[in-house]
Design a protein around this ligand. Sequence first.
Ligand code: TRP
Length: 328
Amino acid sequence: MKQKVLSCIQPTGHLHFGNYFGAIQNWVSLQEDYDCIYGIVDYHAMTMPFKGKELYAQTNEMVLDLLACGVDPKKAKIIIQSMVPEHTELAWIFNCVCSYGEVSRMTQFKDKSSDLNSQELITAGLFTYPILQAADILIYKPHVVPVGQDQKQHIELCRTIADRFNKSHGDIFPIPEIMLTNLPKLLSLADPSKKMSKSLGEKHYIGIYEEEATIREKVKAAVTASISNGEMAPGVNNLFQILRASSKSKVANYFEDQYYNGTIRFVDLKQEVADSLVSFSNQFREKRLEIEQDKTFIKDVLSDSALFCRKQAQETLRVVKELVGLRC
Ligand code: TRP
């Protein structure tokens, strides 16, 4: 029996290489050894300012992107959160087994609410977001939840909720393990003091389907610097991270030696980095084309996954409702 993995991503529009190397590449390798459920959490995306049309389109794009990156529907289920409404129903129940104080300690809420300008609402949804996340997880009783460091506190809260529910109402939730993924957090090539992100603008990220010419342009323009006080410049480290994430550790080591002894030619290093990214993006575009040619493929994947996952979700929810005295 394989262990069960669950992880989710917000639909933020097409993926960039920061997302790919920082999470999705790992999802693709986990599907070989685990029974995986990967969720696209559209309800979570409503916690920051959003427009319905965009949310709908971005959710579709994310399905396509996951498939193009190699998530294989024969090995992993891809679900859209709002297609399994049991998550939100369980979240309400968890709202009532979780304290205000516990939710108030979540640092991501503080970060995200301070990103909003004075005209924008800090919604109650943004505050209770980690409770819905706990429901996303526990409803499928997974063994492991792979996430980055930034989500650790949320998964700990999820474990607290599971434990409290078990003690108060009935022992039904296995406590999921956190699988902390120490994957690279790519930086903006144009400004390595910031994370690679779409919100910074075009030159700060490389999209997974980006054309060869612009990839090469952006990599060529990447900010580099020589060693200072024995420390590698962040922009240079970023390029090495890309090489290592592309299974080119030997090449990375070779250039790293040259960096430390001062003989490196950055044009050569950048050439290698650009070659890697170009070969990934060619592969992703090809796969995307193949998927787009089959008009019903995505629809079928989503409805099969939703059917499979809803069965489990409904069963968990049925037991939970019974235990807490609600009616089905
Ligand atoms: N909060 C996560 C993020 O922003 C997304 C998420 C929602 C999630 N539900 C989840 C991640 C369940 C793991 C498991 O990245």
